[in-house]
Design a protein around this ligand. Sequence first.
Ligand code: CA
Length: 338
Amino acid sequence: MAVQRNPNLFDGVIARAPGYNWVGFLGAFNRTAKALAAPGGAFSAAKTALLAKHVRDACDGLDGITDGIVANPAACTAKNLNLAALRCAGGADTGDTCLSDAQLAVVNAWTSDAIFEGSSTYRSRGYNLTGNEDDPMGFGIWVSGDGDVTKAGQYMFQDTTVKYYMARDSTADSLNYSPWDQNQTALYALAALNDATQTDIRPFLMAGGKLIVWHGGSDSALSVNSTIEYMTNMEKSVGAKSAAGSTRFYVAPGVDHCEGGVGADKTDLLMALDQWVSKGVAPGTLTAEKVDAKGAVTLAMPLCQYPQYPRYIGPANSASAAKLASNYACTSPSAVSK
Ligand SMILES: [Ca+2]
């Protein structure tokens, strides 16, 4: 928002897991919450674990190593995922080894784009299935509420937004507020206050500003695909040369919202930005680490510039080799056949 609205305020900006499309992502939260609240839609922790394991079984190894991280989501196609194999016989819930039709509808709401009337920017891209849905800071806490959607973070965000922005009625029922784009005046006000969807950031770039954008690959709160969309459109608006000269975009596989998760979540982005702004040293591939409670590094891998991802190229079946950044290479999704 600072880059777009106050382009002379900062010499450099780090935007980490940016929540820039409020109208769009809150509408997506509302849609997913309704699917979870529908009869038979509730997602217990066991159902989430079932889904996560199914995704890992299908896609974990597509990045060169089976380590619990789906680092190459582009290869994790609907065909590879084959979600239909999870369907309970007959479509009704018959236990924790399958998903009912109502639960598969939740997965569809979660992973498909949410597009609303009123502006081309009122949209949120669908979430990737990452195999990390069962992480403690993943799908359960943000989306499903482990069987009670009203306990989930996304429910709470959209519920208070319906009550205090949209309906202006503290008794409004967000799960029966439909459609999301019915109150255009309220959406416009929300966008004017909170959205940061302007893709032409040339005033910032021409003033010498540098921008580093980072997003966790298994963020259950905000879709990494929305950030990918913004950066793609930003590049079109400012031109490829200007974008390459003054902006960087990194995706950290297996990392939750801002931090945590199975992946390597720690990178000194501030040092990278300072070197860039102060000394003109533009960042390339950086290093991401995962650090345990005692401060020991338990995993290191390259932090690659999107669309590249860290592909494992080290020796097979070596837990020690898998922890070393030198055993991964930033790789384009198209470079390896699926
Ligand atoms: Ca993997």
